[in-house]
Write a protein that binds this ligand. Structure first.
Ligand code: NDP
Ligand code: 2IT
Length: 450
């Protein structure tokens, strides 16, 4: 398929030439450029500003060696990355991912999406992302610490509280953020809010740990209510993953009266027709760093199925993918539709393939895209930055209330943009366009360099 608009076609061809062999990045760019078709019809003058040509090229891409010594005394070498994608509306902001699948393409797709997501929060944050192909699984705390220290020894040269503020993502949680922060402080002799997702004893924000999962449910509730006047109470919900986002999505969904019946990890999924017992999941995942298969051994009546993708065959009203990119393909989306799903909202980044999104939109499924639906994490990181700057902290209730307001506002920004550009209810297009407008305006005012 090619673009109707010649200018967009040209931009996309250039991106393909420059970034050949980066399929995830091209997938993310293509989706955003497709959303711009109706915008360029209404505002053809946008092409002249060159904003779209510029927005698809990162301002800076840093790749570095991370060498460290394992517990046996062997030298290990990993690759570290930070992409500083766009700083038009604030310091670069976005998480760090430690997972063996991390490469330049994955980091660039995440960094690109982060720009639009951060803009949607309405807080002053530009877009960035980073990480490493380091696998924290099976490593001792001491190994993780040495890796984080080595990683930060290089990263510290490129970040700062007013320059670039990393946080967590897959494989980077409270433990890793602590080691990274400690090393930054040692190197710079500075106690600043250079990372978010920090522990509460050294500048972290209450509700940051819960924020992505809670935010996903605040968004989903608003989407269901406004678009079809439907409530979450009484609905059967399937959530993939069993990490930070999945756990707190499960918590809030259950609090809202929904019944979460399945969770997964990269090995398989559990089905519990009585509703997931989250205390058991937290013990396995947060305390023991174990596998989700353990759940079925501990909870009578629960089943474990090998293979994570089977989770999409579980019948549900609402599906919340919260694991990783491209975890739902077109066929799996069709299975969800055949089983009567009414809404899908993305807690993970880019979990639905383009084919899956097409299936959802063509079947009138309410679909909350990642940039909008999972923005609660980075929004609360933004609130952590504010609290650090004030040297003051808000209560859990204060942060949670602000988060809720931001998520409701994001839904309406995306929904209104979908109406304004003639595709009412297409929140993929709405979120991309609403996020883009503020960045485009800032870039235009700031002139052409960068
Ligand atoms: P965690 O590391 O806490 O958990 C990740 C979960 O996803 C684990 O259950 C993991 O299983 C599973 N998973 C990871 N990779 C794969 C894979 N290739 N195939 C199948 N399952 C996989 O990460 P988070 O919960 O923080 O992140 C989950 C998603 O949410 C990511 O897409 C992330 O980018 C996104 N996100 C996170 C935010 C945050 O604040 N943390 C904010 C916004 C989005 P296993 O243990 O087997 O690897
Ligand atoms: O994808 C994301 O938005 C995150 N991993 C959170 C980023 C952040 O800076 O809190």
């Amino acid at each position: 398929m090619s673009f109707k608009n010649q200018y967009l076609q040209g931009v996309y061809e250039t991106v393909c030439k420059r970034n050949a062999n980066e399929p995830e990045f091209l997938q993310a760019v293509r989706e955003v450029l497709e959303s711009f078709e109706p915008v360029l019809e209404k505002k053809p003058e946008l092409a002249k500003t060159g904003v779209i040509d510029r927005i698809v090229e990162p301002e800076r891409f840093i790749q570095f060696r991370v060498s460290w010594v394992d517990d046996k005394g062997n030298v290990q070498v990993n690759r570290g990355y930070r992409v500083q994608f766009n700083s038009a509306i604030g310091p670069y902001k976005g998480g760090l991912r430690f997972h063996p699948s991390v490469n330049a393409s994955v980091i660039k797709f995440l960094g690109f999406e982060q720009c639009f997501k951060n803009s949607l929060t309405s807080l002053p944050m530009g877009g960035g992302k980073g990480g490493s192909d380091f696998d924290p699984k099976g490593k001792s705390d001491a190994e993780v610490m040495r890796f984080c220290q080595s990683f930060m020894t290089e990263l510290a040269k490129h970040i700062g509280p007013d320059t670039d503020v990393p946080a967590g993502d897959i494989g980077v949680g409270a433990r890793e953020i602590g080691y990274l922060f400690g090393q930054y402080k040692r190197l710079q002799n500075e106690f600043t809010g250079v990372l978010t997702g920090k522990g509460l004893s050294y500048g972290g924000s209450l509700a940051r740990k819960e924020a992505t999962g809670y935010g996903l449910l605040y968004f989903t509730k608003e989407m269901l209510q406004c678009m079809k006047n439907i409530d979450i109470a009484g609905k059967t919900i399937v959530i993939s993953g069993s990490g930070n986002v999945a756990i707190y999505a499960t918590q809030k969904a259950t609090e809202m009266g929904g019944k979460v019946v399945a969770l997964s990890d990269s090995n398989g999924y559990v089905y519990d027709k009585n509703g997931i017992n989250l205390d058991v999941v937290k013990q396995i995942k947060e305390v023991e760093r174990g596998r989700i298969s353990e759940y079925a051994k501990r909870v009578p009546g629960a089943e474990y199925h090998e293979g994570c993708r089977g989770i999409w065959s579980v019948k549900c009203d609402i599906a919340l993918p919260c694991a990783t990119q491209n975890e739902i393909n077109g066929e799996e989306a069709q299975t969800l539709v055949n089983n009567g799903v009414i809404a899908v909202a993305e807690g993970a980044n880019m979990p639905s393939t383009p084919e899956a999104i097409e299936v959802f939109l063509n079947n009138g499924i309410m679909f909350g895209p990642a940039k909008a639906a999972n923005a609660g994490g980075v929004a609360t990181s933004g609130l952590e930055m504010s609290q650090n700057s004030m040297r003051y902290s808000w209560t859990f209730e204060e942060v949670d209330e602000k988060l809720k307001g931001i998520m409701i506002n994001i839904f309406h920004s995306a929904y209104n943009a979908s109406k304004e550009f003639g595709q009412e209810g297409n929140l993929v297009m709405g979120a991309n366009v609403a996020g883009f407008m503020k960045i485009a305006d800032a870039m235009t005012w700031q002139g052409i360099a960068y």
